[in-house]
Design a protein around this ligand. Structure first.
Ligand SMILES: [Zn+2]
Length: 136
């Protein structure tokens, strides 16, 4: 299988541009939340909006200028700065979509820190989605 835009989404390809080191890693279990991060299929408003589960794709925290996609939630939105800061302290990386997966490959502790970040942010997004549904 060729690892390119034809077989994977652009987001996944951006996170994992080179499949070989990813497949040859000696540590790191891909859990439920990392799967959401890597696929971009989580409670991101842009994703939910695509399936008409949300009236708009915008981040409630940042406003209409910002689409809440995986990159926004995981790496940009100030709402989740504490999850990011925690992971960056452990990884000593300034985490972005372009370096996060190579950072996970450096050690088990970096992997765990980033998995925790993804879990924290994605659980919070799920909670926020639920509360929007209850209110509407
Ligand atoms: Zn935001």
């Amino acid at each position: 299988m060729r690892w390119n835009n034809a077989t994977t989404g652009r987001w996944t390809h951006r996170l994992i541009p080179n499949l070989t080191p990813w497949l040859q890693r000696r540590h790191g279990q891909v859990d439920f939340y990392l799967t959401q991060m890597i696929s971009g299929h989580g409670c991101f408003k842009e994703y939910l909006h695509r399936f008409k589960h949300e009236p708009n794709p915008y981040c409630d925290h940042c406003g209409t200028g910002s689409i809440e996609d995986a990159e926004h939630a995981l790496f940009i939105c100030p709402l989740f700065v504490r999850y990011r800061a925690e992971a960056e302290t452990t990884t000593v990386c300034n985490l972005t979509a372009d370096n996060v997966m190579s950072c996970t490959l450096e050690s088990q502790s970096k992997w765990d820190a980033i998995a925790n970040m993804a879990a924290g942010i994605l659980k919070e997004l799920r909670r926020r989605e639920r509360s929007r549904r209850i209110q509407s």
